[in-house]
Design a protein around this ligand. Structure first.
Ligand code: ISE
Length: 352
């Protein structure tokens, strides 16, 4: 079987990272085309590889006969139209989160995929592919830890990607990962959400609620608590601790790469120990992204979608839509999920 020919839409930080991944370390895949609103950026990236074309119109890239499968790494507001086009052309796609900007548009995609009768879309919740999160899920599912009671998540970024990264974006673009982690680990939907904001850091733009604390109530009654902090100034820190009846499991403790030194640069104490904090998600989750894209290619070649589905993308978006309302009101907000009959696109409500 020939290699799967991949086109990438949006070659900012994540799309560029995926381009290198597909071109250099994904088996059975070839990067053939890229598209970006910034034509120079697309051309500069394409020039780094042999045989990669720039197709400036993303719709033309999706329709192109030389493209078998598409990675959508454009901004969230462009996703609905681009995912819809992939469905219309019968192309497999890996769409970065958030699936869309609100639950109504995400539901349109779930319905369109089901109407097409065949699952085609995976959503880019890469934490599900991180070896520690995978192991945590397997341990919880083994039953040996008893019922899961609580989840504590920490999600810190060095600094927000831009001044337009407002309070709602922190929910929709950052917290959405822990929404998916909570659904994935518990294997349940989130029924209500409260998002609170302590006094904001002076490093956030005026009026931006940063950090935030989110509390999700799971369908079975458990709670998941997340600190999400866009401008922590330190680096990219993502940890998850799950508390069950017979023990706890933690992912993301940075215990590798520790140094002991008499000359630690910061703080300048003689004799200290520590380690490096990754500066962003591309480093912290490098392995998870590799496994995610390889798994997506492998599944695509078998004619399947194995990772997070449009339903997962829709459910996460619905929680974020409720979370944004809660941020404004300070109240618990129920999550409204459409009751769809299972089947149709063949995706279970909760995948993997
Ligand atoms: C970014 O878009 C990501 O998806 C990262 O994983 C997340 O940590 C970050 O906060 C988002 O801005």
């Amino acid at each position: 079987m020939p290699e799967t020919r991949v086109g990438i839409i949006g070659v900012g930080l994540m799309g560029t990272d995926h381009a290198h991944r597909v071109a250099q370390r994904t088996a059975n895949a070839t990067l053939v085309a890229v598209s970006d609103v910034d034509a120079d950026r697309a051309a500069g990236l394409a020039g780094r590889f042999d045989g990669v074309r720039v197709i400036s119109d993303p719709m033309a890239l999706i329709a192109d006969d030389s493209v078998d499968a598409v990675i959508i790494a454009s901004p969230g507001f462009a996703h609905e139209e681009q995912v819809m086009a992939c469905l219309q052309h019968g192309k497999y796609a890996m769409c970065e989160k958030p699936l869309t900007m609100d639950s109504t548009s995400a539901l349109r995609l779930v319905r369109a995929e089901r109407a097409a009768g065949h699952p085609l879309i995976q959503v880019g919740f890469m934490r599900r592919f991180d070896p520690e999160y995978t192991q945590m899920k397997a341990l919880l599912d083994s039953g040996e830890y008893g019922r899961t009671l609580l989840l504590h998540n920490v999600h810190r970024n060095l600094s927000a990607p831009g001044a337009d990264f407002r309070s709602e974006m922190i929910v929709r673009d950052s917290l959405v990962h822990e929404v998916d982690v909570s659904r994935f680990l518990f294997g349940e939907e989130i029924v209500s959400v409260r998002v609170m904001s302590p006094a904001a850091t002076s490093f956030a733009p005026r009026g931006v609620a940063d950090p935030q604390i989110a509390i999700f109530r799971m369908a079975g009654g458990a709670l998941a608590i997340t600190e999400v902090f866009a401008n922590s100034q330190v680096g990219y820190e993502v940890r998850c601790e799950v508390v069950a009846e017979r023990g706890s499991i933690t992912a993301g403790l940075t215990q590798t790469g520790l140094y002991r030194t008499t000359a630690a640069p910061q703080p300048p104490l003689p004799g200290s120990w520590g380690g490096e904090v990754p500066q962003d998600y591309r480093t912290r989750f490098a392995r998870a992204y590799d496994l995610e894209i390889q798994s997506w290619i492998d599944a695509t070649r078998r004619g399947e979608v194995l990772g997070p589905t449009t339903w997962d993308g829709y459910a996460a978006t619905a929680v974020c839509t409720a979370g944004i309302r809660s941020l404004a009101s300070g109240q618990d907000v129920p999550v409204e999920l459409e009751r769809l009959a299972s089947g149709g696109c063949g995706c279970p409500a909760l995948s993997r």
